[in-house]
Design a protein around this ligand. Structure first.
Ligand SMILES: NC(=O)c1ccc[n+]([C@@H]2O[C@H](COP(=O)([O-])OP(=O)(O)OC[C@H]3O[C@@H](n4cnc5c(N)ncnc54)[C@H](OP(=O)(O)O)[C@@H]3O)[C@@H](O)[C@H]2O)c1
Length: 275
């Protein structure tokens, strides 16, 4: 039976590579993106390699778009085996420099949109008695540091959601996995946004500038997104998928340190590593 995968945010980076990796693994893959005009490269590769990739418009922030695209897929295929919730972006700026409305826009894409899509595909996967939901979190889904609290808390929220969902869907044969990449070389830091107030001369200007430029430098030497895609395919194929898959030596190092240190020791370690 043909297996069907849906990936969000496939115009670049991790989503692009994941759509390709799943199609190369034999999945009929719906590569969704909010601007289908950005799908030319994927379409070209699909044609060249004879892959089953369908580029489909989906703005995950838009409830209507989510409903229409999922209905389209289910009308065509009557099943969804894999949903990769990948679309995301980062909002930078310290808590006092980011408005609540700005926090909400960050949570809309990185958190609420995922609930929406899970609610759309959940009934289908439960009726099938199989399926895997892959949520792209981050190493910062388990580690907090200054200057990106909106992004970090959206990923912490996603980790909590995913842990709960594992219990809820397991009885129906549906798996949920969390992917925790470290710094990956994608358009992520180009697509980032700054909180409006954080661009002014506030007391947090120095720390924000330091952390953002540090992460930008790390991104230049980041792990290739293909490695994340390969881990996602492996996780989906695991007989009993683990709750979490870490990608990148940086992520592994930080999470190992967090496991082996007290909270205060870990804070001091992070201060030394980050600024
Ligand atoms: N790069 C890293 O260091 C890193 C580390 C850990 C986790 N992550 C996570 O990995 C995921 C993918 O990021 P990436 O590194 O591959 O960055 P990227 O190259 O910037 O890709 C982000 C993708 O998300 C899409 N997107 C953003 N908002 C959307 C919306 N409302 N609807 C549909 N698509 C939307 C973007 O589409 P447009 O082209 O239309 O903007 C783009 O396709 C994100 O969830 C990110 O938080 C990244």
């Amino acid at each position: 039976m043909e297996k069907v995968a849906v990936v969000t945010g496939t115009s670049s980076g991790i989503g692009f590579e994941t759509a390709l990796a799943l199609a190369r693994d034999g999945y009929y893959t719906y590569a969704t993106m909010r601007d289908a005009a950005k799908g030319d490269k994927l379409k070209e590769l699909a044609k060249k390699e004879n892959l089953k990739i369908d580029v489909l418009e989906l703005d995950v922030d838009d409830e209507n778009s989510a409903k229409i695209s999922m209905k389209h897929i289910l009308d065509q295929k009557q099943r969804i085996d894999v949903l990769v919730n990948n679309a995301g972006w980062a909002l930078w700026g310290c808590v006092e420099d980011v408005s609540v409305d700005e926090f909400k826009t960050q949570f809309e894409t990185n958190f609420f949109s995922i609930i929406r899509l899970i609610q759309e595909v959940g009934p289908t996967m439960r009726n099938q008695g199989s399926g895997t939901i892959v949520n792209i979190s981050s190493v910062v889904g388990r580690i907090g540091f200054p200057a990106s609290p909106a992004y970090i808390s959206s990923k912490f929220a996603l980790e909590g959601l995913s842990e709960s969902l594992r219990f809820e869907l397991a009885p129906f044969g549906v798996n949920v996995v969390i992917i925790e990449p470290g710094v990956i070389k994608t358009n992520f830091m180009k697509n980032m946004k700054m909180g409006k107030k954080s661009e002014l001369d506030t007391v947090y200007k120095d720390i924000t500038t330091k952390v953002v430029s540090g992460v930008k430098m790390m991104a230049e030497m980041g792990t290739p997104p293909k490695e994340v895609a390969n881990v996602i395919v492996r996780a989906i194929k695991d007989k009993n998928p683990l709750p979490r898959y870490i990608v990148g030596n940086d992520a592994a190092m930080f999470l190992e340190a967090k496991k082996n240190k007290t909270d205060i020791e870990f804070e001091n370690y992070l201060k030394k590593e980050l600024y």
